[in-house]
Design a protein around this ligand. Structure first.
Ligand code: GRF
Length: 220
């Protein structure tokens, strides 16, 4: 980087488990022209594999173990403190399996992204793949959205679809959806770091224009 250039926006990733989305972001951030840098990775589980992935990539990590706090507020307060220490421009939830308090969500409003394995507004919450199968859906997919107070309800920025095959199971669908996740999340994070997407009151702007419907990842 040229010394006259402003520093890249910083990204803090929160994860709870395996961290395949984190891995996709780490790889994207290694591209020469990636407009942001991952400053830290935080987990609520001390044994999350995401921590190993981060360490291997020489990214600072921290753990705020939710089992050590007796209320959601206390946990979120401690988490907020850790995040503020890094003062990131963007907080990326990548399989972070905790419901966040209103205070937390408000504190990072417009700087907080989540990836959810369904075509929102369909199937907020858990077991999305099985629910899509049970409903007989022929299309399923993944959404990246700004986080607001409503669980999985913030304005959607982009989606990628997968076709549901007659012999799909929840597991096979999850695999197909994850493949798309690993493409979609880095794209949206890139847009954020480039200053292209912003959260309005209950909408998203893309390049300064109201985004009337979520951006779609082109099929293969
Ligand atoms: C992904 O399926 C994501 O959609 C959901 O949690 C899962 C995280 O997977 N929010 P990983 O830890 O990134 O592998």
């Amino acid at each position: 980087m040229n010394a006259d250039q402003p520093p890249l926006p910083t990204i803090l990733v929160l994860a709870s488990g395996s961290g395949t989305n984190l891995q996709a972001l780490i790889e994207a951030s290694r591209e020469r022209d990636f407009p942001g840098q991952i400053a830290a990775v935080g987990c609520n589980r001390p044994n999350a594999f995401a921590l190993e992935r981060a360490a291997k990539a020489h990214i600072e990590t921290f753990v705020v173990d939710h089992t050590k706090y007796d209320s959601r507020e206390a946990f979120d307060g401690a988490l907020m403190q850790e995040i503020r220490r890094h003062n990131p421009d963007l907080v990326v939830l990548a399989g972070f399996m905790r419901i966040l308090t209103t205070d937390f969500v408000r504190a990072f409003r417009g700087q907080l992204l989540n990836i959810h394995p369904s075509l929102l507004p369909k199937y907020t919450g858990l077991n999305t793949h099985q629910r899509a199968l049970d409903a007989g859906d022929t299309l399923h997919g993944v959404s990246v959205h700004f986080v607001t107070e409503e669980l999985d309800g913030g304005p959607v920025i982009a989606q990628a679809e997968v076709a549901v095959a007659p012999d799909d199971t929840a597991e096979s669908l999850a695999e197909k959806v994850q493949e798309k996740e690993h493409i979609l999340y880095p794209i949206v994070v890139r847009w954020f770091c480039e200053g292209r997407i912003q959260l309005g009151s209950d909408y998203v702007t893309f390049d300064g224009e109201l985004l009337k419907k979520p951006m779609r990842l082109p099929d293969n």
